[in-house]
Design a protein around this ligand. Sequence first.
Ligand code: FMN
Length: 397
Amino acid sequence: MTNNLLEDKSVLLGVTGSIAAYKAVDIASQLIKLGANVNVALTEAATKFITPFTFKTITGNMPYYDMWDTNAKAKEQHIELAHNADLMIIAPATASTIATLAYGMGDDSVSLCALSTGAPKLIAPAMDHQMWNNKATQENINKLIERGDTIILPEYGRLASGEFGLGRLSSVDNIIDEIKRKAGDVYGDLCGKHIVITAGGTREPLDPVRFLSNRSSGKMGFALAEAARNRGSSVTLISSVKRNSLSGVHFIETETTDQMFNEVKKATQKADALIMAAAVSDFKFKEINKDKIKDKNNDLSVNLTPNPDIIASVEKNIIKVAFAAETKDLKKYAEKKLFSKNAHFIVANDVSDPSIGFNSDNNKVTIISDKGKVINLPIMPKIEVSHAILNSLKEYF
Ligand SMILES: Cc1cc2nc3c(=O)[nH]c(=O)nc-3n(C[C@H](O)[C@H](O)[C@H](O)COP(=O)(O)O)c2cc1C
């Protein structure tokens, strides 16, 4: 099974008459790269901003823009497109189209398809800030939300008029991210599960400006959160670092191990699994100076005391996944840690290799289970490593 849920999915992209219509080309192109079959419907107004020919070239499919085309191959083109769609995204969506959708009308190719499809719908509005803030638009948006459509909110920024305000089409990256998330919600193999994931190196303060930490970037934990979310799981990400924001992921920022410990304890009460990808500091300072320690020529001695063992303290009634970052005898130390943490399996990586592990976009890991199963994975992007870890996790559900 592929972990890219958009592969071979049929996505119907509705484009309407906004100045942002050109961005829909990028959306179509990215969906194609993800393996989706993309069909495009354009309103008449949209064709004033971008040509159907552009979409034909990008998608390889004939766009639908003339409801009355006597040469159309299908008997009822809108029905064929609407029924074959696994997902529909309207981007950009004008105020006018949003009103049309809210009132259940189907007097142009986009609204006709939207009215005829049973596929989940995502709508990304783009318009002037006054149009967006207009009570009529807001009421229409609320109607669509009540009916279960997903609204990808517009951004604040410079608008076509030159004014600044809320109304710009959300970034293409964010729109693609929302489409992936929706695909996970509807078609994912982890739907109904709740996974708690930790990320980053915890920081133990010595004084207001200094802390004890490690080289963990948080990339592995964030990749895991993205992968789990894209497979339909609800995700709580507890992290000491802030990276890209992941829509739909419940993010909790913590700094110290004690804070992370408290948040993990709370979040795991109602979770199905805990993946401890954070590099937790084993020690904290016994005393934290209230004021900055001043430069002195003398040596400074500090006392360290052990931090709570987060993963070991969580009951094994949920699936527990530990991480081991070792610089030598990887398998030996990882196995020892697997049992001392009372985990179901452990993900071990060799951090002595600078091309993988901390701060790298790739990782090379070995997954060792409490049942003695060992999976040696080749070097691959952290998002792929994440899917492999989730595949192992799934075996325990
Ligand atoms: C230059 C220009 C830019 C426009 N940009 C937008 C826009 O960004 N958002 C919007 O809601 N309407 C915009 N409009 C108005 C729509 O094109 C107009 O309401 C049209 O009837 C929408 O039709 P449709 O929703 O069927 O595509 C713009 C109009 C013009 C002339």
